[in-house]
Design a binder for this molecule. Structure first.
Ligand code: GDP
Length: 438
C-alpha cells in the first residue's frame, strides 16, 4: 500500500486528523503532551483507494525537545512515505519550528500537502490563506475535529498517491523487498555492510523498479534483493528522549515497504522485551519473518561461560520466541561473515510460503479430516461446526472459515498448528478469520 505520513508540531491536531480520516468516533486525541502511543500505522480507505497512514506524532516532547522531535518525524516521513501531510495550526500560524520543517520537506522533493487545521468555519479561512507564504503551495483548510474540508483534502491527496497496482506490476520479477530490523547494536549495519559490501549494485534505472534513495539493491546468492530503509540503519537517532518511539516508527514504516523482515538478535545478550516487541511489529504487519542470531563468533570457543550462554539461549528462545517457532533461524556472524550464505535460502523459504496458496478443495479435505479426528469441544451441549473454508488471500496466507458458532481460540490455534504441520508455512504468519452464521 502507498504510505501517507502525518507530520506536525505537538497539539496541531494530528491525532484528530488521523481519527477523522479513519472515520472513528472514539478519539485518541490527547491534550497532554508527552503521551506515547504504540500504534503508529493504520489502514485507511477513501473512495475505494486503500493506503497506510503513519502517525509520526506519538511521542511529544517538552518544549525544549520540540525542534528535534518534529525534525525526526519529518525525517521518517521524507524517507519512507509516498506523500506527506504537514499539519499546521492555522489559528497560531507558522512558528519557527514549522518553518524549519518546511525547509526539510522542500529539500526532499516529496509531495507535501499543507494542512491548515482548526479552521472551524468559513470566517476563519483567511488564517489558512496566510500560510501560502510557507512556500508549500495551496494550504488546505480543514477542521479535523468537525470534519470540515477533510473530504476535499483526501480527494486531492488521492490524485497524487502512486497507483499501487502499477507499482506492484512493475515489481513482479523485480527484487524482493527485505527490511533488516533489530534493536540498536545487534549488528544490523555490520550485516548490511557485509551483505552490500563490494557487491553493492548502484542502480538508477534498474528495469521495472521504482528508485528510492533509502533503499539499496544488493546481490546475494545470485539474486537481487532490495534492502528497504537502509538509511534508517546507517543513520541513528541521537535523542535523549523519544529515541525508542522514533525507532519503532521507522520499523513500522519500513515494514510497510517490505515483504519479508530479518530481525537481528545478539546471541551474546539476553533476549529482551525490545527484541520481542520488534518481532510483534512484524507479526502485526503480516510480513514474512526470518530470525538472524548474530555474533556467534563470540560464543564459539570452548569457554565454559560460553557453553552456559549457549544452553541458556536455547531456553530463552523456547520461552520468549515460542510464538514464532515457525520462523527460519540462521546463526550468523556479521563480523566474520560466517553462515551469511544461509540467509538467502531462509529468505526464499519465507517469501515462498508467504505467497503460498492451498486450493479450496484440498483445504476443505484438510478441515474434514481434522474435525473428524478432533471435533471442537462441546459448549453448552452444542458444537460449533465448520461448514466450509477457503484461503481468501496470500501475503500472508489468510483463511476464512464459515462456521455455525464461534470457535474457541484454542481450537483455532490447533487448526493453525495442523496447517503448519501438513503444509509448508515456515517463515510466514497465518491468519484465520471466521464468518459465523448463527
Ligand atoms: P546496529 O546498531 O544494529 O547497526 O549494530 P552495529 O552493526 O553497529 O554493531 C554494533 C556493535 O557490534 C559493533 O561494535 C560491531 O562491530 C559489533 N558486531 C556486529 N556484528 C558482530 C558479530 O557478528 N560479532 C561480533 N563479535 N561483533 C559484532
Amino acid at each position: 500500500l502507498p504510505v501517507v505520513a502525518i507530520v506536525g508540531r505537538p497539539n496541531v491536531g494530528k491525532s484528530a486528523l488521523v481519527n477523522r480520516i479513519l472515520g472513528r468516533r472514539e478519539a485518541v486525541v490527547e491534550d497532554t503532551p508527552g503521551v506515547t502511543r504504540d500504534r503508529v500505522t493504520y489502514k485507511a480507505e477513501w473512495a475505494d483507494r486503500r493506503f497506510s497512514l503513519v502517525d509520526t506524532g506519538g511521542w511529544e516532547p517538552d518544549a525544549r525537545g520540540i525542534d528535534r522531535s518534529v525534525a525526526a518525524q519529518a525525517e521518517v516521513a521524507i524517507d519512507l512515505a509516498d506523500v506527506v501531510l504537514f499539519v499546521v495550526d492555522a489559528m497560531v500560524g507558522a512558528t519557527s519550528t514549522d518553518e524549519h520543517v518546511v525547509k526539510l520537506l522542500r529539500k526532499s522533493g516529496k509531495p507535501v500537502f499543507l494542512v491548515a487545521n482548526k479552521i472551524d468555519d468559513a470566517r476563519q479561512e483567511p488564517e489558512a490563506a496566510a500560510l501560502w507564504n510557507l512556500g508549500l503551495g495551496e494550504p488546505h483548510p480543514v477542521s479535523a475535529i468537525h470534519g470540515r474540508g477533510v473530504a476535499d483534502l483526501l480527494d486531492a491527496l488521492l490524485k497524487t498517491l502512486p497507483d499501487v497496482s502499477a507499482v506492484a506490476k512493475a515489481e513482479i520479477g523485480g527484487p524482493r523487498r527485505v527490511a533488516i530490523l533489530g534493536r540498536p547494536n545487534v549488528g544490523k549495519s555490520s550485516l548490511l555492510n557485509k551483505a552490500a559490501g563490494e557487491e553493492r549494485v548502484v542502480v538508477n534505472d534498474l528495469a521495472g523498479t521504482t528508485r528510492d534513495p533509502v533503499d539499496e539493491i544488493v546481490e546475494l546468492g545470485g539474486k537481487l534483493w532490495r534492502l528497504v530503509d537502509t538509511a534508517g540503519i546507517r543513520r541513528r537517532v541521537h535523542m535523549a528522549q523519544g529515541a525508542d518511539f522514533y525507532a519503532s516508527l521507522r520499523t513500522s514504516a519500513a515494514l510497510e515497504k517490505a515483504e519479508v523482515a530479518v530481525v537481528v538478535l545478539d546471541v551474546s545478550e539476553t533476549i529482551s522485551e525490545q527484541d520481542v516487541r520488534i518481532i510483534d511489529l512484524v507479526l502485526e504487519s503480516g510480513r514474512a519473518l526470518v530470525l538472524a542470531f548474530n555474533k556467534w563468533d563470540r560464543l564459539n570457543d570452548d569457554d565454559l561461560e560460553n557453553a552456559d550462554r549457549r544452553r541458556y539461549l536455547e531456553r530463552e528462545i523456547e520461552q520468549d520466541l515460542a510464538h514464532v517457532a515457525w520462523a527460519p533461524r540462521v546463526n550468523i556472524s556479521a563480523k566474520t561473515g560466517r553462515h551469511l550464505d544461509k540467509l538467502v535460502p531462509a529468505l526464499e523459504t519465507a517469501i515462498e510460503n508467504w505467497d503460498r496458496r492451498i486450493p479450496t478443495g484440498k483445504f476443505n479435505a484438510f478441515l474434514a479430516e481434522l474435525v473428524a479426528e478432533h471435533p471442537h469441544p462441546l459448549r453448552g451441549g452444542k458444537q460449533p461446526r465448520i461448514l466450509f473454508g477457503t484461503q481468501a488471500s496470500t501475503r500472508p496466507p489468510t483463511f476464512v472459515l464459515f462456521t455455525t458458532g464461534f470457535l474457541d481460540p484454542g481450537y483455532r490455534r490447533f487448526i493453525q498448528r495442523r496447517l503448519r504441520e501438513l503444509y509448508e508455512f515456515d517463515g510466514t504468519p497465518i491468519v484465520i478469520n471466521m464468518r459465523v452464521r448463527e
